[in-house]
Structures are given as C-alpha cells and as structure tokens.
Design a protein around this ligand. Structure first.
Ligand SMILES: Cc1cc2nc3c(=O)[nH]c(=O)nc-3n(C[C@H](O)[C@H](O)[C@H](O)COP(=O)(O)OP(=O)(O)OC[C@H]3O[C@@H](n4cnc5c(N)ncnc54)[C@H](O)[C@@H]3O)c2cc1C
Length: 468
C-alpha cells in the first residue's frame, strides 16, 4: 500500500486481535487502532494467567503466530527462554503471551503503518457514510474505514440459579485477574469439567481444601501423548460425510483403523482438523443441533486435550483424596452469609466457600452487549445454530447493509465449528487482514464527515488517502 491513511479498528486485544493488528501492520501504511479495556495486550483470556502450572494445551511446535513459519514460536523460546525446549513441549501460557506481545511489537517496529492502543470498551458500532463509528465506554467516538471484531466469547452463567448469580461467592469468570488467588480457604465447587476446570483445580488445590467438580456428563479432557503421533488423514467416506449418522459411523471406523495402524486414537482426531469445517458446513441445521446437544462434549474432550504433565498434576490431587468428582447439575445454591449450600441433582448436598464457573463460553452472541448491539442494528446476524456471528468465507460479518466489519476466532464457530485454537486463529488473522486491505483498495469512498452528535468528541478522523 502507498501513503494511504486508512484507519482500521480492531476490537479486542487478545491473541486474535493482536495477530490481526500484526498482519494489518505488515500490509502497509495503515493506522491500526487496537481497542480493549484490559491493561495487557496480546494475552486475552487464555494467556494472561501468571500461574506457571497453566500450560498450553498444544505442543509449542503448533503455536507459531505465523501460518507460513511454523518454527517461529520454537525459535523465540530458544532465544528467550531455554535453547533446550523441544517442539513437543507444553510451556506456560504466560510465555505464549510474552511471545505474542513481542511479535506484535516487532511488527510495529518494522511497519510503515502505526498502532494506537486504546484502553476502553466498545459499547456500540455504527455504519455511517461508508465509515465505521465506534462508541467507547469512555464517551469517545472513533471513526474507522473498517473494523475487526476480535472480542472472543465470554463464559456463560445461565445455568446458575439466580441466588447464586447474585452471591459474592460466585466466581462467574475464573480468568479475571487475581480471582483464583483470592478464593476463600474453605472447600470449593467447580461447575464444568473441561480444560478450565483442570487449571482451576491446580490453582485451588490446598492440603486443607476439598475441590468438588460437577458436570452433566462427567467427561474430563483426554491427555496428549508426550511424543505426538503424526496425524492420519481421514478416508473419503469421512471427509465427504453429509449427515451426522454417516459421520459418526465413519469416524468410529477411522479411529479403529488408526489405532490398529499406529496404536494412538489421537492421530485419527488430529487428522480431521483440515476437513472439520467442510464437514460441519455440509451438516443440516438439525444435525448440527443434535451434535451440539450430545456429541460435542465427547468431541471437545478428545480434540482439546491436556498436557501430560498437567494430567500428572491432576492425578496427584485426585490420589490425595482432595478432588471429589460428581456427575449431575446444580439444582439449588443458597448463599447462607458464610458459605454457599448447594444441592446437586445426584442428591449430594455440600457447603462450599465459593462456586467457580468453569463451563466455558456459551457461543450465543446475544449474551454480549456489543454483539447484541450489532445484531439489533442489523449489522450482523447470529451464526449457524446460534453460535457467534454469520460470516463469509473471508471472515466478513454478514448483515443487512454490508458494513466493512470482519471477525475471527470463536465468533466464527457457527460457520466453521473448528475456530477457537491458535492454528485456526493465526490463519484467519492473515486472511482477515488480506480481505480488509482488498476492500480498502477497492473502495472509492473518501472520508466525509459523518453525522456525529456535536457533543461527542471525535478522537480519530482518518485522513484522505493520497496514494493508493
Ligand atoms: C483458558 C484457555 C486456555 C487456552 N489454551 C489454548 C492453547 O493452549 N492453545 C490454543 O491454540 N488455544 C487455546 N485456547 C483457545 C483460545 O480461545 C485462543 O487460543 C485465543 O486465546 C482466543 O483469543 P481471542 O483474542 O479470540 O479471545 P480472548 O482471549 O477472549 O480476547 C478477547 C479480548 O477482547 C476484549 N473485548 C471483549 N469485548 C470487548 C469490547 N466490547 N470492546 C473492547 N474489547 C473487548 C476482551 O477484554 C479480551 O481481551 C485457550 C482458551 C482458554 C480460555
């Protein structure tokens, strides 16, 4: 790009927002405005934890920020942490946050464009005269030529009885800063038994405390092997499956054959990654709903696995007798003033000092105020089977008036299903940046003063592009 002064706003400075900003800066002379209320940049929910026991759930070889340079993270670890780290290692997530922050800083340093980091929450987005308006919770209004929604998805709490939701002993989001360090000294209940539960058990374990866990299915994540078996590509009958029934039986055969050939079922699941989105797209709406109601738990437990050392640490807590696993639902939860008295559907009654929500994101865009705002204005539509937002193949948000808005990551789950881990996010960030640049180059629209209320200070007015 030449001397253009286009402004691109990126909403959310987690891993997805930071990588999108990085790829936009690589593209040329763009003004990138990265907006997030949090103090940190490039860490988001997953990579903010300072706890060294919270490890990546993907070997470092799979976590490069650059789709075309798979060794980038391993090289960074060798240069900055330990030259002996193997590609199959699982390192602390905080290290990955350090890496992403370094990666973005390097992009800023070499870019012809510029990065402005704004610490605020975007509360509303509009589309006026070809420009995107972004209303911040600070009262300021930003203008941009295009915007990328990289706001991730928040954990859902709809399962919690109203009395619990109102209680100070309810931890709705365990990834908020310092929350896990400040749990009361007494026993705790963790609701949800996925990877977040595992991390919270490790952080909450004390000799004096029992940690209870509960989920409807009782399934906990599988474990990676220390040395990865190379992925086994699926047979055509699986890659071309167009119904859930065909998919289930073809998958079982693929897993059985892979186990016979390699001794490791994981290679069969990992081999599906390149075709998961195509298969998902071919399923009917009712098959997708049925998958979400049942199969998704088993899929997630096998697809999103914990590091071997994490499993060993969890086993230590279990063998100590301090981990009590239940299968069922929270029926009632009453804050007695000193504790929470909980009744589970299996009949268990317990008194705990805190209840921690480990159920993970719900995926429904309507629970997020900003996304609700986009939906209400017709700038976006809910994604397939209610997951995230409806998007085109390049991540462009599909709404009624074709606003220059894109998204990536978890908000594309309805379109892609497989869309939350870094290997997908880094490719999507590159694709979104390409698509935004192509849009900017194609548009003849010049900045014209939009209908902004005179009382609202305008922070950034994109300059008129002079060279394209
Ligand atoms: C605990 C955990 C561990 C994980 N571990 C791995 C792993 O090891 N490997 C892997 O590949 N994947 C992992 N994942 C998957 C993870 O989802 C992605 O790796 C990635 O971190 C997602 O980043 P994100 O930027 O899309 O979302 P987030 O990290 O959720 O970041 C979104 C950001 O948007 C901001 N935001 C939200 N709303 C607004 C608004 N209205 N205005 C401004 N800012 C806003 C938030 O403050 C937040 O900083 C993990 C996920 C979790 C939750």
């Amino acid at each position: 790009m030449g001397e253009a002064g286009w402004t691109v706003a990126v909403i959310g400075a987690g891993a997805a927002g930071a990588l999108t900003a990085a790829r936009l800066l690589d593209a040329g002379r763009l003004q990138v405005v990265l907006i997030d209320p949090g103090a940190a940049t490039a860490r988001g929910v997953a990579y903010s934890t300072p706890d060294g026991r919270h490890l990546l759930n993907v070997p470092v070889a799979g976590m490069s920020a650059l789709p075309d340079e798979p060794d980038d993270f391993v090289d960074w670890l060798h240069a900055h942490v330990d030259p002996g780290i193997k590609p199959s290692a699982f390192v602390a997530r905080a290290r990955y946050g350090d890496y992403l922050a370094d990666h973005l800083a390097a992009c800023v340093a070499r870019s012809a464009g510029s990065l402005e980091r704004v610490h605020a929450r975007v509360v509303a987005v509009g589309h006026v005269d070809g420009q995107v308006t972004l209303q911040l919770d600070s009262g300021e209004l930003l203008l941009a030529d295009a915007a990328v929604v990289a706001s991730g998805t928040a954990p859902g709490t709809a399962w919690a009885p109203p009395g619990l939701q109102a209680s100070a002993r309810f931890v709705a989001d365990p990834w908020l800063p310092d929350v896990l360090d400040n749990l009361p000294d007494s026993d705790v209940l963790l609701v949800g038994t996925g990877l977040t539960m595992v991390d919270v058990v490790l952080a909450a374990d004390r000799p004096s405390r029992s940690v209870h866990t509960v989920s409807r299915h009782g399934v906990i994540p599988a474990v990676h092997r220390s040395e990865k078996t190379p992925p086994v590509p699926p047979p055509a009958e699986l890659a071309e499956a167009d119904s859930l029934a065909v998919l289930r039986s073809a998958l079982l055969r693929h897993v059985a054959q892979t186990v016979r050939r390699t001794g490791d079922w994981r290679a069969a699941i990992d081999g599906l990654r390149p075709i998961t989105s195509q298969v998902w797209k071919r399923l009917s709406a009712s098959d997708k709903q049925e998958f979400l109601r049942g199969d998704a738990r088993t899929w997630d437990a096998h697809r999103h696995r914990m590091a071997p050392v994490t499993a060993e640490r969890l086993a230590v807590v279990r063998e100590s007798g301090r981990l009590c696993q239940h299968t069922g639902e929270v029926v009632t939860a009453e804050d007695t003033g000193h504790a929470v008295r909980v009744l589970l559907s299996d009949g268990t009654v317990m008194t705990v000092g805190a209840v921690v929500n480990c159920t993970g994101p719900v995926g429904d865009a309507k629970v997020d105020p900003l996304l609700r705002n986009l939906l209400a204005q017709g700038l976006a539509r809910s994604g397939d089977v209610g997951l995230g937002l409806e998007t085109a193949d390049d991540g462009r948000i599909l709404g009624d008036d074709n606003a220059p808005l894109w998204t990536l990551g978890a908000l594309r789950r309805g379109s892609l299903w497989e869309s939350t881990a870094m290997p997908e996010i880094r490719s999507q960030a590159a694709g979104v940046a390409r698509s935004v640049v192509a849009y900017l180059l194609s548009t003849e629209a010049r900045f014209t003063a939009p209908a902004v209320p005179a009382t609202v200070p305008v922070r950034t007015a994109p300059s008129v592009p002079t060279v394209r």
